[in-house]
Design a protein around this ligand. Sequence first.
Ligand SMILES: Cc1cc2nc3c(=O)[nH]c(=O)nc-3n(C[C@H](O)[C@H](O)[C@H](O)COP(=O)(O)OP(=O)(O)OC[C@H]3O[C@@H](n4cnc5c(N)ncnc54)[C@H](O)[C@@H]3O)c2cc1C
Length: 304
Amino acid sequence: MTEIDQKKLLENKFSQSPLPFYNPEVYETKLGLSYLREPGVAIISIPHVDLSGAQGFLDGFPRELEFFKYLEDPTPLPSSESLCKFAGQLCFLSHGPQRTLNDEAAKYFHNIKESGHGSVLEHANISILMWGISRSLTHELVRHRAGFGFSQVSQRYVGGRTLRFVERPEYVEDKFLHELFEDRIERTQREYEGITEYLLEKQKAGSEILSADRKTDLRKKVRQAARSLLPNETEAPLVITGNVRAWRHFLNMRGSEHAEVEIRRAAFETYRCLSQVAPLLFEDFAVAHLSDGTHGLKTLFPKV
Ligand SMILES: Cc1cc2nc3c(=O)[nH]c(=O)nc-3n(C[C@H](O)[C@H](O)[C@H](O)COP(=O)(O)OP(=O)(O)OC[C@H]3O[C@@H](n4cnc5c(N)ncnc54)[C@H](O)[C@@H]3O)c2cc1C
């Protein structure tokens, strides 16, 4: 892997919104069925940090320690860094004038990563909306357990006009594979709608296995049967909340050259967003060009 100009990549295609996002194009087949070719990534929540309540705690220590001046540090930090640094400095009661000040926060976090003191990074939670990703990607994504929470679109409740698909990068440039893809998803959608209508008719006619007491359960009974034919390339958006330690582990595993190309792309866009809201916590990741023309991620501190 060779390193490329990170700054240029970070500037590429990003909005000026306060919280970063990457908004991919939505395409349509000849019959108007929607599909995407790239992951969409939007940071929708970062920590809101207000340390003013800690003043009473700091005031309670002997005056000569000067802990009471801790919050007067003139250098502001992004919220995730501010929270993690405060939590980390609490461990050694490093609140006096000898502590690492905010203008040296980069050095502080380098030491945290180098010493593997990753629990400090678990305080900052960041929520991300991901879309334009396939069901096969999300099957891999939800294998990440520690520090993550997931809410994913339910195929038992949702279908019909909201059904969208994801085209693999290998198909995009290949006319034959691309046409097969468009034909296949149109066929899939037709079959899905056909089965749904057939099951609804059976339900109305009193089919026992499709019966339910509540209206939403009736719909669920139909959709949960009809979804069985949906392919891996069905879009499966989700909201993921993860702490910074968990996100770092995700980037390391899924930004690796060994990761599958679609999830690596999602990891890369995620990195581009995360590195804008918490730059010091992700600055050790280097972007790399891989031999297949895609981007990967690498860090010297993989297991913080
Ligand atoms: C290139 C690649 C290929 C893969 N191939 C396959 C495959 O063929 N088949 C397959 O099934 N999976 C495969 N996976 C998925 C992989 O095995 C993991 O399930 C996934 O990457 C999540 O990693 P994790 O468990 O480290 O992450 P998390 O679940 O987020 O856990 C983070 C860390 O917390 C600790 N931890 C979490 N849970 C426990 C626990 N219960 N006990 C002890 N420590 C824990 C571990 O240190 C772990 O690394 C692959 C992943 C990659 C990146």
